[in-house]
Design a protein around this ligand. Structure first.
Ligand code: SF4
Length: 165
């Protein structure tokens, strides 16, 4: 019985550590892939990502996608400062990671002013390359984040092992 309780607590604690409350700030084409990752086909809730909160103070995962100009940078910093700490950050797509193919290649008039990398605004934990990245890459970034936050077996591995024994 003690063994069962310990295993149960281990599994529950691991599930809690891997439970993310996302706040998404994305523009441009990457937004569609982020949305796809959250919907039924890819369903990132399977990996512990909850519904998007209506309040950044109740979120602990900031997902950034698309181009970032000076106006967006200010909004991102403002939101990040309000979020629950520790706040994990995932930068999705070439625009958020390296500047702006959106601006450089398309010279989109919607991108006013200077373009800025996500890492120059907030500390980025995981980068998801692509233009846009596929939902599989976005889901993979969630697993990478969980490994980074808590090295060792994932909650799926802990659960599988507990069920095997
Ligand atoms: S990285 Fe590519 S797909 Fe994503 S917003 Fe920029 S131009 Fe669009």
């Amino acid at each position: 019985m003690t063994w069962l309780t310990a295993r149960y607590e281990d599994v529950v604690s691991r599930l809690e550590q891997n439970h993310h409350f996302p706040w998404i700030m994305s523009v441009g084409c990457c937004s569609h892939e982020i949305q796809n990752s959250s919907l039924a086909t890819y369903d990132w809730q399977r990996l512990g990502v909850d519904d998007v909160s209506t309040d950044p103070t109740q979120s602990n995962l900031l997902i950034l996608g698309g181009w970032i100009n000076t106006e967006r940078a200010q909004e991102i910093k403002y939101v990040y400062d309000q979020m629950r700490k520790p706040t994990a950050v995932i930068a999705i797509g070439a625009c958020a990671i390296s500047g702006s193919p959106y601006k450089a290649l398309i010279d989109a008039p919607s991108v006013h002013g200077e373009v800025i990398k996500a890492e120059d605004i907030v500390p980025v934990d995981i980068y998801v390359a692509g233009c846009p990245p596929r939902p599989e890459s976005i889901l993979s970034s969630i697993l990478e984040l969980q490994k980074k936050l808590k090295p060792g077996p994932s909650h799926r591995e802990v659960l599988s092992e507990a069920l095997r024994n």
